[in-house]
Design a protein. Structure first.
Length: 201
């Protein structure tokens, strides 16, 4: 049923999608999860000693520090790495959470859990890990798929190109093993394309 309008007014088919939200609906549309997680991850990077407590460290996880399986995805090796990872996660996460709040919040949680599981189960030789690139990949792919399924024609074309670009980047990371945007990493730290792929899947 279409909403009734007074003369001179035009009804919006779905309030909050084609028109402005108000009241409780507006509050639910605020992307607070993305803003909060990115802010906490930035603090974890800049507060001395935080990254060491939160990074994925296989030996520490074996000793009972299981939180590192999740928190490792929100620590970083360098300022440039943090800026790129968190910048992408912020932009894509805000966009996705405004479009589909429940889906976005699920992606934040499920992707961090999945990445921790991949590190622990599939990559036993990785002793340490830091980086939000896997979670950012998950948000990026989720947004692209959402636009591909329900966006206008132009958005679907852009989303298709974005997915192709993601596949190309993962292939490039797997072949080259050199960071594309994160810059120079500490000695012994390599790009883990498996994490990017796990996030995207």
């Amino acid at each position: 049923m279409r909403p009734r309008c007074r003369p001179g007014e035009v009804a919006s088919p779905v309030d909050g999608v084609d028109g402005p939200r108000s009241g409780p609906d507006a509050a639910r549309g605020v992307p607070w999860v993305t803003a909060s997680v990115v802010t906490l991850a930035a603090l974890a990077h800049f507060v001395p000693g935080s990254a060491e407590i939160l990074e994925y460290e296989r030996e520490a996880v074996s000793g009972g520090e299981a939180w590192r399986l999740l928190s490792g995805s929100f620590t970083h090796w360098t300022d440039r790495m943090a800026a790129w990872d968190l910048g992408v996660a912020l932009i894509v996460g805000l966009w996705l959470e405004r479009r589909a709040p429940r889906a976005a919040r699920a992606v934040w949680l499920v992707s961090s859990v999945t990445i921790g599981a991949v590190l622990w189960l599939a990559l036993p030789d990785v002793s340490h890990y830091r980086g939000a690139s896997g979670v950012a990949s998950a948000l990026y792919v989720a947004l692209a798929i959402g636009l591909l399924r329900g966006g206008p024609r132009r958005a679907r074309r852009v989303a298709g190109a974005a997915l192709a670009l993601f596949v190309a980047k993962v292939a490039r990371d797997a072949l080259a093993g050199i960071p594309l945007a994160a810059g120079t990493l500490p000695p012994g730290v390599n790009v883990l394309w498996e994490v990017h792929l796990a996030g995207g899947l």
